[in-house]
Design a protein around this ligand. Structure first.
Ligand code: NAD
Ligand code: TYD
Length: 340
């Protein structure tokens, strides 16, 4: 099998490239990535010389590059490439529409044109919107996204559905909860707080910190995608979660505990606009139909993740300099004047 992985230089994509090359030695992988601020070839330095791996720097919105790759014997596309950070989507929504919506449409066209066998749309629980204290989202629930990020992912999901219905495109949508683990860009909650705490810098908790996310270790997500790629049914949607609902404050205390750092590092700051209170997924479909379940407990996953960031300081220190510093200085200034 030859797989085109888009966004393979990002967090989940790079974990998935490594996972596929090691689990399926005969598979060929082409990684198409634009190398935005979030794309990093250091994430794949251990596989860059692998005989079955090829990297192409390019934009999923560019139909020429997409068609050139897709028309060269590709069987399946696993589509990770996206602008992925909610805060950035509040600062600058336009690029989210371009990459996440228009880019997905370019890929879908190539699936139809070259009659590929499978298209996996790697989506998110955020498309369903926010939950109260009780309940969880099923695949059949309506889409009620609240941020430009989740709206762009929901829009792409709807395009995927339409290409299945209209053109018989063999597409599947997967919706996963919050991932964490090695190689996550240090702007998301867990890697930001681990790397800040290591240098005794403040941990900015948005609002009261009682927002709830379900956390899945990235390897469990990779296994779920593997199962869907090989056994999933075209036209279906599969929820996948870690069964680890925690408030942001609970996650922060776990990190501080693991690093033996004081709670005084924690600082409540202005809240994110339209901040979704709680996400939770009902994952009974993938469990009963495809036999997948998460295997990593939150305690084990956080411990492995913190150990990885401690052991790989050079990786994140290179990121947390230059452009990163400039962006975050502006970001925190902008937060003070958020619209709405
Ligand atoms: P990430 O931001 O770490 O990586 C995104 C990658 O896409 C980067 O390598 C970037 O260079 C690349 N990219 C961006 N725009 C591109 C373009 N126009 N053309 C080609 N490449 C481009 O993101 P991630 O956290 O690894 O998320 C990957 C996917 O999984 C996204 O689609 C995201 O919506 C979805 N997802 C993420 C989570 C999570 O918790 N991180 C949860 C559920 C779903
Ligand atoms: P994040 O990692 O950005 O993922 P998402 O918004 O996609 O769920 O944020 C996870 C939670 O942590 C979310 O409720 C926002 C909160 N958060 C903070 O409190 N402080 C921070 O600095 C960040 C980045 C996030």
């Amino acid at each position: 099998m030859k797989i085109l992985i888009t966004g393979g230089a990002g967090f989940i994509g790079s974990n998935f490239v490594r996972y596929i090359l090691s689990k399926y030695p005969s598979y060929r992988v082409v990684n198409l990535d634009k190398l935005t601020y979030a794309g990093n070839l250091d994430n794949l330095s251990d596989v860059e010389d692998h005989a079955n791996y090829e990297f192409v720097r390019g934009d999923i919105c560019d139909s020429d590059v997409v068609n050139r790759i897709a028309g060269d014997g590709v069987d399946a596309i696993v589509h990770f490439a996206a602008e992925s950070h909610v805060d950035r989507s509040i600062d600058d929504p336009a690029i989210f529409v371009k990459t996440n919506v228009l880019g997905t449409q370019v890929l879908l066209e190539s699936v139809v044109k070259f009659k590929l066998k499978r298209f996996l749309q790697v989506s998110t629980d955020e498309v369903y919107g926010s939950l109260g204290k009780e309940g969880s989202f099923k695949e059949t629930y309506p889409l009620l996204p609240n941020s430009p990020y989740s709206a762009s992912k929901a829009s792409a999901d709807l395009l995927v559905r339409s290409y299945f219905e209209t053109f018989g495109c063999p597409a599947i949508i997967t919706r996963c909860t919050n991932n964490y683990g090695p190689y996550q860009f240090p702007e998301k909650l867990i890697p930001l707080f681990v790397t800040n705490a290591l240098f005794d810098q403040q941990l900015p908790i948005y609002g009261d910190g009682l927002y709830v996310r379900d956390w899945i270790f990235v390897e469990d997500h990779c296994r779920a995608l593997d199962v869907v790629l090989h056994k999933g049914k075209a036209g279906e949607i599969y929820n996948m979660g870690g069964e680890n609902e925690r408030t942001n404050l609970e996650i922060t205390h776990m990190i501080l505990g693991k690093l033996s750092k004081p709670e005084t590092l924690l600082k409540h700051v202005k809240d994110r606009p339209a901040h979704d209170r709680r996400y939770a997924l009902d994952c009974s479909k993938i469990k009963s139909e495809l036999g997948w379940k998460p295997e990593t407990s939150l305690e084990e996953g956080i411990s492995r993740t913190v150990d990885w960031y401690v052991a790989n300081q050079a990786w994140w220190q290179k990121i947390k300099s230059g452009e990163y510093v400039e962006y975050y200085e502006k970001h925190y200034l902008r937060r003070e004047s958020y619209r709405g």
